[in-house]
Design a protein around this ligand. Structure first.
Ligand code: ZN
Length: 171
């Protein structure tokens, strides 16, 4: 491990601990030459997982996208963030256990629904109501943002926006 300051090739580990989520090892290092300190994280290398969308196009699996779609489904619901992280960890473990490099997006959707159902009924319904119609998690998230706004919370602090006079004259 090269020192980021002086690029000396040898460093000493001064502390090593597992991160709170248990998915990485955090190490405090000290450069033997300049004695400056820095931190490194050791994580399991993600197997390159490709998601096959409904239209048969492919994209690289993204944890952020998956988590993002679940966060939106749980908007304004009493679901702790760490429960969602945990759910994503479980889904990933399930995916990697499949041992295949390509996974249909619908399969991931089913896994998400299964987890959401255990966490929160409303989040589950939101997710379930949109997931079948979309090929992509990002598209789905956008749609879900729409669904989430159909069920506003009781404290309506946001006034109704004025109707935009933006008629396109189409149709
Ligand atoms: Zn150094």
């Amino acid at each position: 491990m090269k020192c980021p300051y002086c690029h000396f090739e040898d460093t000493q580990v001064t502390d090593s601990r597992i991160t709170e989520s248990g998915t990485a090892v955090k190490r405090r290092r000290k450069c033997i030459q300049c004695e400056r300190r820095f931190t490194t994280y050791e994580r399991i290398e993600r197997i390159g997982l490709t998601v096959v969308k409904k239209d048969n196009t492919r994209e690289e699996y993204s944890r952020d996208k998956l988590l993002g779609s679940m966060v939106v489904a749980c908007a304004k619901r009493p679901v702790p963030a760490d429960k969602l992280e945990e759910a994503v960890n479980e889904i990933e473990a399930q995916l990697f256990r499949l041992g295949t490099s390509e996974v249909p997006s619908t399969m991931i959707g089913e896994m998400v629904m299964h987890r959401l159902r255990e966490l929160d009924e409303v989040a589950y319904i939101r997710f379930a109501s949109v997931y079948r119609n979309f090929a992509d998690l990002e598209e789905m998230r956008e749609a879900m943002e729409g669904v989430a706004s159909i069920h506003p919370p009781d404290n309506e602090h946001e006034p109704e926006p004025p109707k935009k006079a933006k008629a396109t004259g189409r149709g």
